[in-house]
Write a protein that binds this ligand. Sequence first.
Ligand code: AMP
Ligand code: MG
Length: 350
Amino acid sequence: MKNIKVKRTVILLGILVSFLLLFGCSEEEDYQLVQESRFALGTYNQVTVYAPSEEEGQDIMDAVFTRVNEIENLMSINVEDSDISKLNEKAGESSVTVDPETFHLLDLGKEYKELTDGTFNIGIGTLIQLWDIGGDDQQVPEEAEIGSLLNHTDLNQLILNEDSYEARIEDPEMIVDLGGIAKGYAVDQAVQVIKNHGVEHAIVDFGGDVYVLGGNPDGNDWRIGISTPEIGESGVVGRLFSSDMSVVSSGDYERYFIENDQLYHHIIDPSTGHPTDNELSSVTVISDSALEGDILSTAMFVMGLEDGLDFVNDLEGVEAVLITKSKEVYLTTGVSDLFEIMDEEYTLAD
Ligand code: AMP
Ligand code: MG
C-alpha cells in the first residue's frame, strides 16, 4: 500500500515537472546560443546569435566572417592589394577602379567631412601613419613633420567618378584611411548576413562597435554596458537598454601609448594633427546604423562636449552618451530614460 502511494507521488511529480518545463520554457529555449570571436580589421569581433540549431549557428558564423574578410580585403590600408592600398599607391599618378562598396565608403567619407565640419576626415592617413598609435612604430613625432603633413589632408584632392567607380588622389603626398568607417560598416553588413539567415536575436560586437538585433530572447531589451573610459581599467560606467540599434563608442582609452606621463591616443584632431585633447574621454552614439555611429562617435569626440552635443541634438534618430574626464555623463533626451549609471564615481549631468 505504502509502495503504491510513493509511486503515485513520483508519477504526479513527474507530470508536474514536465508541465513546469513546458510552461517555464521561455522563448529562449527554442534557440541555440552560438557565440564566436575572430580577429579581423585590427580587432576581435564577437558575434552572438540565437540560431535554430548549433549547426545553423556555425553556418551563420562562417558566412558572417567571410563577409567581414571581404570588407577587410577591400578597405584595409594594411592589406597590400586592397582598393585603398592601390588608391594610395597611385596618388598623384593615376586613377584606380575600385569595388562599388569601397567607392560608396569613399563617397561617404567626403560627405561626412562636410557634415562634421572637418572633424571626421578620411584624408588624414599620413598623420595616422606618422603617429602609428598602437602600431610597431608609435612615436611622438617632430612638430615640423606634423605641420608639413597637415598640408596634405584636403579631401577635395580625392576625385570620385560615379559612372566608372574610378577614384584618384591628386595630391601625391596624401593618403586615405578608412579606419574610422570600415568597422562600423562591417558591423552593419554582419547584421545583414545574420538577418538573411532568418535570425531574430543577435549581438554583433566588433571591438566596441555594437549592434543589437531584435531584443533579448527573454522578452526584454538588451542591456549594453558602456565601457569605463579609465585608462587600463575594465568595467562599465553604466548600461543602456536597447533593441534593434547600434551602440558605437569612441574614446581615448581604446588605443594609446603613454610617454612622459602624457597620453597619446588614436583619435586625431585634423585641425592640429595631434591626438584630440579636450574634456571628453568617450562618446557613444546610438542610432540605427553602426556605420553612421562609427563616423559620428569619432567626429563628436573631436568636436568636444559642447559642440558635440549641439551637433547631435540637430540630428534626427541619433542619440549619444558623452563621458567627460571629470566623470560626468551627458545624455541626449532620447536616451535619458534608457541609461542607468552603475559606477557610483560617475554622475549624471543635467
Ligand atoms: P574610432 O575608434 O571609431 O574612433 O576610429 C578611430 C580610427 O579612425 C583611428 O584608428 C584612425 O584609423 C581613424 N581616425 C582617427 N582620427 C580620425 C579622424 N579625425 N577622422 C577620421 N578618421 C580618423
Ligand atoms: Mg568611430
